[in-house]
Design a protein around this ligand. Structure first.
Ligand SMILES: Nc1ncnc2c1ncn2[C@@H]1O[C@H](COP(=O)(O)OP(=O)(O)OP(=O)(O)O)[C@@H](O)[C@H]1O
Ligand SMILES: [Mg+2]
Length: 230
């Protein structure tokens, strides 16, 4: 029996506004098994990023159930959510979200500094992650001294520092040309395979979606298709 990495039951998210509510998620249900690679696709505004932020525990659903890595998120406090995120999830974003004043090495260590300080152990772990994305000759560079594709590789290395079971990526190749995007995806899938990780990414790119084992297609806050690749 494979444990669900993510289980969503009739998830709804309403953003209340004075000029009218927005039903960003309008009753979404699915289960993702551990080890799956899943693309969430659909037009701009259909609710992809909203879904990711709920799964990350960065925001709460208006109603519905959500279990991630065996934990019912509705039962966790804010601290509990932060802990689950820090220990078991890695994040990759379109705009990299790496800090411009920190070096590659420091950026990769950052998520674990609160727990581990700048210990030798953490430095070693960060180096290992940096080597895996092929940036060992850039460890003391600042982000501004790197190409876009290299910056995204820093983002990937940082997502791996906690050895997460689940990687959430919001348009991880959105700012990259197709060659750099291909490199990032090759790396991501290699890292996912090696660690038996689950990955959920959003994308507007058909090619990216097709490389995932499964595609959840959304429209207007609803799931309109759930397709598995070959
Ligand atoms: N904080 C908010 N307050 C009000 N409405 C919001 C808020 N965040 C998102 N929305 C609305 O919710 C809907 C879903 O937004 P979301 O960011 O999830 O879309 P998306 O599918 O990720 O789009 P894109 O492909 O452009 O990134 C949109 O209509 C958006 O305008
Ligand atoms: Mg989005």
């Amino acid at each position: 029996m494979s444990q669900s990495a993510i289980q969503a039951d009739n998830l709804r998210k309403v953003y209340g506004r004075s000029d009218g509510d927005v039903n960003a998620l309008d009753g979404v249900s699915f289960a993702i098994a551990a080890g799956e690679t899943v693309a969430v696709t659909g037009p701009s505004g259909c609710g992809k990023s909203t879904l990711l932020s709920l799964i990350a525990g960065l925001d709460r659903p208006t109603s519905g159930g959500l279990a991630v890595l065996g934990q019912d998120l509705g039962e966790l406090s804010e601290d509990g959510l932060a802990d689950l995120r820090r220990r078991h999830m890695g994040f990759v974003f379109q705009s990299y979200h790496i800090l411009p004043t920190l070096t590659v090495w420091e950026n990769v260590m950052l998520p674990l500094v609160p727990q581990m300080g700048t210990s030798l152990e953490l430095k070693g772990r960060a180096l290992h992650c940096i080597e895996r994305v092929g940036l060992e000759r850039r460890i003391r560079h600042l982000p501004g001294e790197l190409s876009g594709g290299e910056q995204q590789r820093v983002g990937l290395a940082r997502a791996l520092i906690a050895d997460p079971a689940l990687i959430l990526a919001d348009e991880p190749t959105g700012n990259l040309d197709s060659e750099s995007a291909g490199i990032i995806l090759d790396l991501l899938f290699e890292l996912v395979r090696d660690g038996q990780r689950t990955v959920l990414l959003t994308t507007h790119d058909r090619g990216v979606a097709q490389r995932c084992g499964r595609e959840l297609r959304m429209r207007d806050g609803r799931l309109v298709a759930d397709e598995r690749g070959k």
